[in-house]
Design a protein around this ligand. Structure first.
Ligand code: UGA
Length: 432
């Protein structure tokens, strides 16, 4: 099939490349001409494992192209995906103007029977609103609007797409359902389950899924705090409850609080939707507050660990999780400024996220390797679960540090592995 992807951001690029992998001809469109020029040279602006290789392979095979010319690409397309940004305001409400703008631009260009597929994360009712907008502009109802939420995790997006747990198709008409079923047919053949439902349900599935996963994390984080007080070990508790198939072990890793471009924003949008319909999502409202408070509390815990004014802290990991260069809403964005405000010198390291972090939180010194960051530090804090950190030579770290405390917010080590090098180990959900 001929596919146009509007928006060459994270979701558009990964989805576009993966649809090419399924055998479709895909043109990714973006208004950022510089970005398109780079992509035409196969320079991928984001870090996502395997993505550059996938893009290069399909460009060479003629299945994937990049353009800033929507008017030329749109008329040939059977399906046009909208994967543009939906920024949120202070109340959590999302701004649909880019989605509406893309739909309005598309409306007169696309052929009859084309399906406009909303990939951006949008609140319930958006696809129907866009269908009305498109019909109004065209003066007919020939073009269909569907919803197809994405469930890709940064860092493992390609695997999440090609071995999806499910494909959710939101279709209010038969044509939309058929086109989306055909697009994803290779995955159905591989046994991926399909949920075909209304556009509104598909939109709700996306938010409810992210809110539920975020609730799992928020829950285990509170259990971790209880474990610390009650002399328990949160890893053992997570294993014990996670083996119950009704619960599941995934997303029960206690940590510094969830971050990234999705959970914080989507939980706020879900809560805002609840308020709009006078059906307050109180669990999610509380989760949002507790998650933010957790990051601030963590900074206080690190400052307390130093036990004196000033000093020097090595911060390892500023990305919101491993295998990404994304720092949006990461714990580091709260922790580093709080340490700097307390007069503490911060020496940071991250394998991929240095540039992005420096833009958002200036004031930290940076080193190219974790050992150099640890040199002369009074305390070392691990905020991201990069594999390299789990493999740190702790004897070497112990020799380099001035102080003794390691505050590991990702529980990368068994306590005795750390303490046998004369270090104090402060982790999450376990007593030091
Ligand atoms: C999340 C969802 O997992 C995807 O299914 C969804 O498609 C995506 O949002 C989206 O809406 O686009 P992502 O934000 O890339 O994906 O990252 P996750 O792996 O879900 O992690 C989110 C945050 O939760 C990170 O800060 C991570 O460190 C934290 N987390 C995750 C924990 O603290 N504990 C866990 O057990 C799992």
């Amino acid at each position: 099939m001929n596919v146009v992807m509007i928006g060459a951001g994270y979701v558009g690029l990964t989805t576009g490349a993966c649809l090419a992998e399924l055998g479709h001809r895909v043109v990714c469109i973006d208004t950022d001409a510089m970005k398109i020029a780079r992509l035409k040279r196969a320079e991928v602006p984001i870090y996502e494992p395997g993505l550059s290789e996938l893009i290069r392979r399909h460009m060479m095979a003629g299945r994937l192209a990049f353009s800033d010319d929507l008017a030329s690409a749109a008329p040939q397309a059977d399906a046009i995906f909208i994967a543009v940004g939906t920024p949120s305001d202070d109340d959590g409400d999302i701004d649909l103007s880019y989605v509406k703008g893309a739909a309005a631009e598309l409306a007169p260009l696309v052929k009859s029977d084309a399906v406009i597929v909303i990939k951006s994360t949008v609140v319930a009712g958006t696809a129907r609103m866009i269908a009305n907008l498109v019909a109004e502009i065209r003066g007919d109802s020939d073009v269909h609007v569907a919803s197809n939420p994405e469930f890709l995790r940064e860092g493992s997006a390609i695997g999440d797409f090609l071995e999806a747990d499910r494909i959710v198709i939101g279709a209010d008409d038969a044509r939309s359902a058929d086109v989306l079923a055909e697009l994803y047919a290779p995955l159905r053949k591989k046994g991926v389950p399909f949920v075909t439902t209304t556009t509104t349900n598909a939109e709700l599935v996306k938010y409810a899924a992210n809110a539920f996963l975020a609730l799992k994390i928020g829950f285990i984080n509170e259990v971790a705090d209880l474990c610390e007080a009650a002399d328990g070990d949160v890893a053992a508790v997570a294993e014990g409850i996670g083996l119950d198939r009704r619960i599941g072990r995934a997303f029960l890793n206690a940590g510094p609080g969830f971050g990234g471009s999705c959970f914080p924003k989507d939980t706020r949008a879900f809560a805002a939707t609840g308020r709009r319909y006078r059906q307050p999502q109180t669990l999610v409202e509380t989760l949002i507050q507790r998650n933010e408070a957790r990051k601030a509390k963590l900074a206080a815990k690190i400052i307390a660990e130093l036990g004196r004014k000033g000093g020097r802290v090595a911060v390892l990991g500023t990305a919101f999780k491993s295998n990404t260069d994304d720092v949006r809403d990461s714990a580091a964005l709260t922790v580093i400024p709080a340490l700097l405000d307390a007069g503490i010198a911060v020496v940071a390291h991250d394998p991929k996220a240095r540039k992005a972090t420096e833009r958002l939180v200036p004031g930290a010194a940076w080193r190219d390797c974790p050992y150099e960051a640890a040199r002369d530090a009074d305390a070392l804090v691990i905020l991201t679960e990069w594999d390299d950190y789990a493999r740190l030579d702790l004897r070497r770290i112990s020799g380099l540090m001035a102080g003794r405390s390691i505050v590991d917010c990702r529980n990368l080590f068994a306590p005795h592995e750390v303490t046998r090098h004369g270090l104090k180990y402060v982790s999450i959900g376990r007593r030091p």
